[in-house]
Write a protein that binds this ligand. Sequence first.
Ligand code: NI
Length: 254
Amino acid sequence: MIKLIDTHAHYDDEAYDGDRDLLLKRLFDESVEKLITVGCALNRWEDTVRLSESYEGIYGAVGIHPEDIYGLPDDYLAQIENLAKKPKIVAIGEMGLDYHYENYDKEKQIEVFIEQLRLADKLNMPVIIHSRDAAEDTMRILRAEKPKKAVMHCFSCSREIAAEVLSLGLYISFTGVLTFKNAKKAVEACELAPLDRLMLETDCPYMAPVPFRGERCESSMIMSTAAKMAEIKGVSTEEMIKICNRNAETFFGI
Ligand code: NI
């Protein structure tokens, strides 16, 4: 059976503290070819680097998630730049805007997002974007900054936003959300996206697809999301995985 690439996972998460190495070994033995583990905050990057250097199939992304912008040291960009020199660190992110929870610092989120976009541009590295309940500001910034190589991760925005994201040259990546009953918007966005701009991800340990919803998510569960995406795009699941693997390899240079 074809092995898959998970373009967005969080294997540094404490949800895996009990069995991380056993799980990763099983995944690589059975169903996973490569994965990107995403370090969202300053105190996570050491784990990101360690994981990527411990497993041939693991690559890393380092960045500041919009919920982790508080108390950043002045040299955080220099720290990202330094880590980005490591051969297994292949992207900057996740970064972006998240207005979901109350009392967020909008100005600071925007500042940290733009700073990271400009750093990635300078380093010529791909960018992973997180946007939740903040589509309007995200699009305004993307229009102005024009990132050369970016993916909108865990896509769940409208068809209209998808159209604009695609017209700016971005990729769109889907999690298990695509399989949820109420995922009408994600399905419509997926319908719209050309095959060469789609990617698959878990965002594990979160977002487990149906029929695993509510369980701890892991990369092998991408099969369910791939099957749903294949149904939407009218290709076989194996073909869908092949296409998304190729896109991921091109996008991340892995
Ligand atoms: Ni994530």
